[in-house]
Design a protein around this ligand. Sequence first.
Ligand SMILES: [Zn+2]
Length: 252
Amino acid sequence: MASSVSQLSESTRRTATMSESRAPGLRAQSVYRALRRAIIEQALKPGMKLPEDSIGEQLGVSRTLVREAFGRLAIEGLVELKPNKGASVAYPTLEEARDVFDVRRGLERLVAETLAGRLTNAQAAELEAHVLLEEKAHGQDGPESIRLSGEFHIKLAEMTGNALLLRYVQESSSRCSLILAIYGRPHSSECAVSEHRQLIEALRQGDAARATDLMDHHLRSVVTRALLSPRVERDIRDVLAPYALSEGLTPS
Ligand SMILES: [Zn+2]
């Protein structure tokens, strides 16, 4: 029980402690954000049980606030709530995963179309600076790199100034992170940084067709890497593990 909670990162715990002095509304927001980050950074694994009491203790908040956060995370598809069974980190099926990626691609094509030719110099500079951070983190620190990859896409959505589009992009990208945690291969959650650069360039040039194509291609390649690539060699061991165990067979 305690193991899931002990995996909340140090920074996540700090966020929660700092939030104690704030108003209840802000504290609820902090709990939600701490849990959301722990799920997206894959510290809390898909399918993992989320006991209200120990999470509340660990974050120093009431169970009511924890439940409230679960409710929001459930709407976003990150947490599953089952009557009498409590909450757990969601575990989408492969079929659901493909649907999520399709929706995300559609949304982000719209982001690219909206931004083409409309990026200010300050926005372009902000994106360039972000890509530099991504380059530094690439391949070194899994969670950091995954977070930065996601943030690039959120930044773009923010820059459209369309609040609804931003909300949908945020939600679909959170779901994608969870899906990649389940079905992705190591590092498949990271974006190709060179593709982010190309995208910024197309947006600056105001080439909407190229920008949407690049975005489409970019997100498709994440799916291809993570979900559609031949994973048989790796998967067969997972598939056979319980059968081997029940027969008393051990891997050589
Ligand atoms: Zn990307």
